[in-house]
Structures are given as structure tokens and as C-alpha cells.
Design a protein around this ligand. Structure first.
Ligand SMILES: [Mg+2]
Ligand SMILES: [Zn+2]
Length: 175
């Protein structure tokens, strides 16, 4: 149980926001983790402004045996190694490893990963954001009343803001 003050947090979906999404498959190894343009610099700007960076990612490929949890953890070590040269370190990475029908509560659109983050370090929900490229991301953010930002997507238009990509989202957060 943390006793620290609530912290403004930017929740980040991973695939399609930070790195290239693989259509109908998963990022299973380092070679498949490819950052999108401008992402390291955008994350650096958020971190410099004092935001906690918390990745929240569904990785159902673990449940269906496409990759192991250890492989996902290794991809995340690699992700941080790609960001390190620009001075960024992701504060937290929360993974839902479950399948759709397990009722885990952490698979987005449920907000369980955000709640995990809040247990580790209290979140100042009103000052926080969620950036995602799917409606399930936006639903998870709405469930905790953070400002929701949809990137590179279509969908049901329920996000508070719709922007082109993560750099554009960050520009608006910091405006
Ligand atoms: Mg995504
Ligand atoms: Zn889960």
C-alpha cells in the first residue's frame, strides 16, 4: 500500500500507440517491436512534464499460447532499451494475459489494469489521461473518468479527443 500523493498519470495502450500493431497477431519477440514515429520524444516530453507513464496492454496471445509471459516481459525490456537513449523509462507496464471469456476484470474494456496502477501508486484520476487506438481502450479510461484520447482510429467516437497519433496526443495534453 503506497502512501504517496496521487499522481497525474498517462495510461498508454501499447500496440498501435507506442509500436506498430500487427494485424490479427501479436508482438511475440523483439524483432516485432517497432516504435512508431516520434514516440520516444513524445514520451520524453510527458515524463519531463511530470506525468507517470503507465502502459496498459491486453496480451491475449499469452492465454492462447502464441507467446509466453516471459517473452512479453522480454519485449518490454527491449522496449525500455529503445527508449533509454532519449532518456525515457516507462514507469510501469501492466499486462492482461487472459482470454476474452475468463472474466478477469483486467482485460480492457474493463478498468482492472488502471486499478492495479492505482494500487501501486495512487492515481490523480481527474488529472490523468488514457491514449488508445481501440474502443476497448477508451472504455477502460471512461470507467475511471480520465480524459480519453483516441489515436489513429475510427470507432464509436466516444473518446474525449481524437488525434492522429501519440505525438499529437501529447501536444494536446501539454498545450
Ligand atoms: Mg492498441
Ligand atoms: Zn486479465
Amino acid at each position: 500500500m503506497s502512501t504517496s500523493a496521487p499522481r497525474a498519470t498517462v495510461f498508454l495502450d501499447r500496440d498501435g500507440v507506442i509500436n506498430r500493431r500487427i494485424i490479427d497477431d501479436y508482438v511475440t519477440c523483439r524483432e516485432e517491436m517497432v516504435l512508431l514515429a516520434g514516440v520516444p520524444e513524445a514520451l520524453r516530453a510527458l515524463q519531463a512534464a511530470g506525468y507517470r507513464l503507465a502502459v496498459v496492454t491486453n496480451q491475449r496471445g499469452i492465454a492462447v499460447g502464441r507467446m509466453t509471459r516471459a517473452a512479453v516481459d522480454d519485449v518490454h525490456l527491449y522496449l525500455n532499451s529503445l527508449l533509454a537513449p532519449v532518456g525515457v523509462r516507462l514507469d510501469d507496464i501492466y499486462v492482461c494475459p487472459h482470454d476474452r471469456h475468463e472474466g478477469c476484470g483486467c482485460r480492457k474494456p474493463d478498468p482492472g489494469l488502471l486499478d492495479q496502477a492505482n494500487r501501486d501508486q495512487p492515481v490523480d484520476w481527474a488529472a490523468s489521461f488514457l491514449v488508445g487506438d481501440s474502443d476497448s481502450d477508451i472504455a477502460a479510461g471512461r470507467a475511471r473518468a480520465v480524459t480519453t484520447i483516441k489515436v489513429a482510429g475510427d470507432g464509436d467516437g466516444r473518446a474525449d479527443w481524437i488525434v492522429a497519433d501519440l505525438p499529437a496526443a501529447v501536444a494536446r495534453i501539454l498545450a
